[in-house]
Design a protein around this ligand. Structure first.
Ligand SMILES: [Zn+2]
Length: 67
C-alpha cells in the first residue's frame, strides 16, 4: 500500500498518509503530544490543514489512524 508523507502544520511531525485517504477526509496527527485533527485539503500535491477542535465533536467524526 502506497503512502505519502506530509508535515503536520502544528508540530511539523512527518505523517504517513495512506493512498486511500482522499480530499476532505480527517486524519489525526501521529504525534501523541500534538494529536491535532487535520483535514486533507489536496492530494496533488498532498496538503493538510488543522481542523478547529470544535469541529471534531461532531458525531460522524471518525479519524483515520496511521500505520
Ligand atoms: Zn502534529
Amino acid at each position: 500500500m502506497a503512502v505519502e508523507f506530509v508535515k503536520c502544520p502544528t508540530c511539523k511531525q512527518k505523517l504517513a498518509i495512506m493512498d486511500y485517504v482522499t480530499e476532505g477526509m480527517l486524519v489525526v496527527c501521529a504525534n501523541a503530544h500534538c494529536g491535532t485533527s487535520l483535514r486533507v485539503v489536496g492530494r496533488r500535491p498532498l496538503r493538510v490543514e488543522a481542523v478547529p477542535e470544535e469541529e471534531t465533536y461532531k458525531p460522524d467524526y471518525r479519524p483515520e489512524s496511521y500505520g
